[in-house]
Design a protein around this ligand. Structure first.
Ligand SMILES: Cc1cc2nc3c(=O)[nH]c(=O)nc-3n(C[C@H](O)[C@H](O)[C@H](O)COP(=O)(O)OP(=O)(O)OC[C@H]3O[C@@H](n4cnc5c(N)ncnc54)[C@H](O)[C@@H]3O)c2cc1C
Length: 384
């Protein structure tokens, strides 16, 4: 890569948010360069639960979930110790591994004309009004009119997310398993959410015969049970034998689980006058919703599509985009953060079980309130 080359739009990060924005901008004839750190698609820590909103964005972007082999999920089983409640989901969700989904979106962006540089890391970003400089270390410096910052949980020097006091004592783990045929049938078209002391886990089928176990646990509990994945799993399956049954004789498909530390659930970017003009923050760089909602991917896709539509309409108007995206996701993130605290503690878990027993429809209401609202989606999905 040559030093100092001038670009119209550089997208930093080719995950869901970055690839969706790149796809729309390139499809509209704009010159777009995506810089993605990973040389090839890889597994990411994620529950891989695609809400109905995420599915709508993916369809809008031309992604065919059936062709990719996504499974269908229509029931939720909430499990705590030896108690289980099953309710219907208010929509048919889909399960698909991020490795397959992220690659499909990036290929779609490329097919629309975006240039993708894989295996390149952006080291820092700085403003040199009216341009933005993107430092790629030994690979040189790029100069761009606009930057779409979609680096997910990874902050980039010069434009780090402000610390907002968001919760950061949680650790996320993910491991794919091949369940026995019997347990595959038992799990069926359901997502099973297991509440345990200090966290919660989700188990669901993704594609073919693969099930995804993804969980978050407080650092305190992780240290208390022995600081290893094996000890943690033993602790959870002792407390909740249901999960132990599901995983009995299951074959782990990674050598060790993927992990992520200090998840800033509840983070919402606040507008900052010092930020470079033309810097659009997408996905986890704009807001992080607790994962039990299964809505993070939908927010990432919404932000990518909204940022692209504002750019096509009004150019480098990042402030207008940030104002709109904040108002679209603020309430969901706040409510989900309060619920996330409750879900982690015994009293809150008991209260959730009681509520669902007495009022099963409560699940549908919570699901609706923690999602990107239809009106916000409509504006983006009908935009040219
Ligand atoms: C435990 C857990 C479970 C979750 N479960 C769900 C779920 O079931 N359903 C759901 O909808 N959401 C879920 N989420 C949320 C969801 O995973 C994220 O919100 C979503 O991945 C955000 O997308 P993104 O595009 O912003 O970031 P990412 O998908 O993380 O993409 C960022 C990309 O940027 C690249 N990158 C990073 N730094 C650089 C750099 N310096 N230079 C170049 N490239 C860079 C990375 O390689 C990556 O490909 C979960 C999150 C967690 C933590």
């Amino acid at each position: 890569m040559s030093g100092g080359s001038q670009e119209e739009v550089v997208v930093v990060g080719g995950g869901l948010a970055g690839a969706s924005a790149a796809s729309i901008l390139a499809g509209a004839g704009r010159s777009v360069l995506v810089i993605e750190r990973d040389a090839e698609a890889r597994h990411k820590v994620c529950g891989e639960f695609l809400s109905i909103e995420a599915q709508a964005y993916l369809a809008h972007l031309g992604i065919d979930l059936d062709a990719l082999g996504a499974c269908r999920i229509s029931r939720l089983r909430l499990v705590r110790k030896r108690t289980l409640i099953e309710v219907g989901l208010p929509f048919v969700a889909r399960g698909l591994s991020r490795k397959v989904l992220d690659e499909a979106l990036l290929q779609q962006a490329e097919a629309h004309g975006a240039r993708i540089f894989r295996g390149q890391v952006v080291r820092s970003i700085s403003a040199d009004h009216p341009e933005i400089h993107i430092d790629m270390g030994p690979d040189g410096v790029l100069v761009a009119d606009s930057v779409f910052l979609a680096s997910g949980k990874h902050d980039v020097r010069g434009v780090k997310r402000a610390s907002s006091g968001a919760m950061n004592d949680l650790i996320g783990f993910k491991l794919h398993y091949r369940l026995t045929p019997n347990e595959q049938r038992n799990l069926g078209g359901a997502v099973e959410v297991v509440l345990f002391g200090g966290g919660y886990a989700g188990l669901q089928m993704v594609e073919r015969d693969i099930a995804n176990l993804c969980l978050v646990v407080s650092r305190h509990r992780f240290e208390q049970v022995g600081k290893s994945w094996g000890d943690l799993l033993n602790f959870i399956t002792d407390e909740c034998p249901h999960l132990g049954e599901r995983l009995q004789n299951a074959e782990p498909l990674f050598e060790r689980p993927l992990s992520i530390f200090q998840i800033p659930y509840g983070f919402l970017h606040a507008p900052d006058r010092c930020e470079p003009l033309g810097l659009f923050r997408l996905g986890d760089q704009i807001g992080v919703i607790p994962s039990f909602t299964g809505e993070g991917m939908s927010i990432a896709l919404h932000s990518g599509c909204l940022a692209a539509s504002v750019y096509l309409d009004q150019g480098r108007a990042a402030a207008i985009y940030h104002h709109r995206i904040r108002s679209d996701i603020r309430h969901s993130i706040r409510l989900a953060s309060v619920l996330n605290q409750a879900v982690r503690h015994a009293a809150g878990q008991q209260a959730i079980f009681q509520l669902l027993r007495l009022w099963p429809a409560a699940m549908g209401h919570v699901t609706t309130l923690t999602r990107v609202q239809e009106a916000s989606m409509h504006k983006v999905l009908v935009a040219p």
